[in-house]
Each structure stands twice: as C-alpha cells, then as structure tokens.
Design a protein around this ligand. Sequence first.
Ligand SMILES: Nc1ncnc2c1ncn2[C@@H]1O[C@H](COP(=O)(O)OP(=O)(O)OP(=O)(O)O)[C@@H](O)[C@H]1O
Ligand SMILES: Cc1ncc(CO)c(N)n1
Length: 274
Amino acid sequence: MSKVASALTIAGTDPSGGAGIQADLKVFQERQVYGMSVITSVVAQNTLGVQDVQHLPIDFIEKQLDAVLSDIPPQAVKTGMIATVEMMELVASKLAKTTIPYVIDPVMIAKSGDSLMDITSRQVIRNTLVPLATVVTPNVPEAESLVGFEIHSNQEAENAAKVIVEELGAKAAVVKGGHLEGEATDVLYDGSSFSYFKADRYETKHTHGTGCTFSAAITAELAKGKSIKEAVTVGKDFITDAIQYPLALGNGYGPTNHWGYRLKGLPQQQEVLK
Ligand SMILES: Nc1ncnc2c1ncn2[C@@H]1O[C@H](COP(=O)(O)OP(=O)(O)OP(=O)(O)O)[C@@H](O)[C@H]1O
Ligand SMILES: Cc1ncc(CO)c(N)n1
C-alpha cells in the first residue's frame, strides 16, 4: 500500500460549495489525499455572485497556519483567495521557511465578475507569493494582470507563462485558456519547454470554481510526488470530467461535479433533488 499524502489549502470560503476551500477539500478527497484548510476570508457567495466578504484578522490567520504547519506538515500547499497585501506577506513569510511544493491559483475575480482581491494586492502578489511558487495557475485576466500585456492567443499565453517563470521567478506556470475561444487549451511552461493541455470546450454555465478545482487536483498530485507535467495532466482530465458531468444546482454559474471522473460513459446531465 502506498503512503497517504496530505495537502493544505489556504483560501476563502464558498458556502455554496463549488469554489474556494470547499471545492479544494472535495477535490483532495477525490484524489485520495488528506485535506487540510486555513481560511483567509469568509465569503457570502453562491452561483449568482458574491454578496459580502469578511476578512479574518491577520493574527488569527497566522494561528491557523501555525496550528497546521507545526503539527501536520503537508506534502503540498495551495493558495486561492488571498485578498490583501498583509495576508500575502504573512503567507509568504511562512512558506519561505519551507520547501513544500506550492501551487498558486492567483484568484482575483469570481466567475460572476465580483472582485476577490483588492487592486493593490494584484500588483503585490507578483513580488511576494509568485517567486515562491512551484506552479502558478492564472486564467487569462489574472495572467494579464501579472505580466502587464494582453493575451488573445496560445502564443501570447506562452509568452505570459514564460514571463511568470523567467521574470517573476515561479518554477512553472500554466496559463488557462478558459477565457479564450476554441478548444479549452492550457499552456504550461516549466522553465525549459512548453506543453499544451487540450480539451473540447463545453457549452455550459457550470463553470463556478473551475479554476479552484483544477489547481486543487494539481496540488493533490504534487503532494503524491508526481512531476509538474504529470500533475497538470491529471488536473486537466479531472476538471474536464467535472465540467462534462455538471450538477443542475443553483440559478447562476453552477458548480462542476467533483466526482465527474467516476461517471464516464453515463448520461451527461446528473439528476439532482430539488
Ligand atoms: N467551457 C469549458 N469547457 C472545457 N473546459 C473548460 C471550459 N471552461 C474552462 N475550462 C477549463 O477549466 C480549467 C479552469 O479554467 P478557467 O479559465 O475556467 O479558470 P478560472 O477562470 O480561474 O475559474 P474560476 O475563477 O471560476 O475558479 C482550465 O483547464 C480550462 O481550460
Ligand atoms: C473563495 C473563492 N475562491 C475562488 C473563487 C474562484 O472563482 C471563488 N468564487 N471564491
């Protein structure tokens, strides 16, 4: 029997269960990794949008981090919603003392269009957290914000991934193509070569938390000791199945289905109790 790995997510909450901490823990469980979580912000949100946000006090976030890191050091860490500069500085100071593989999903704006990171922080994440990252997983608007130029094509996604690695100091970057046209193509640069991860684009409104789900699956695989390329391969298959078997929940951008990969060959729309 192989040994069980642990992974930690440091992120905001989604009480409707499709994104944030809740999505990350579900994905860790599906990937058979022991999941742990440190909450940065409590968010009142659902598939329709963000209604309100409460940031936890910085010393309380620190207590949560110390509680986990001093007792159960994880084999991989992921950050999602880190809304403020002081939160970024705190998390960076803790992670800089470790060599744990670290995935940054640089969450800035929810699918509904609501902001999850303040404007100053969008600039500061570049110098605090990104240099510590094993993999950064920006969507197109997030990558544009990190590199300062627009992305309309896979070639421009390649350029952005290269800047995130060679100029901002991450070990690898995967720029997600969810916001581009055509196939859903994600571009990975690992410091030596580019890899493309392609899937059919599904016509669907079930895209709440796609980024969280993808990066949590990558984190789980890194925790198990997989290479960056292997982890992104699993993450891409996992999110594609999660999008392909949506759950008819919510009145807006519905959640993906975190056990979608188990439903291969079944009818695509899963019935839900209302
Ligand atoms: N309609 C779609 N069909 C297939 N794959 C998709 C679709 N939309 C996104 N993806 C894939 O889902 C993953 C997440 O990408 P996306 O760009 O949606 O992340 P995101 O914007 O950060 O998500 P969120 O902010 O909701 O968490 C990527 O692998 C992307 O290619
Ligand atoms: C807490 C949280 N993190 C990330 C996202 C990404 O969409 C979200 N909606 N909420």
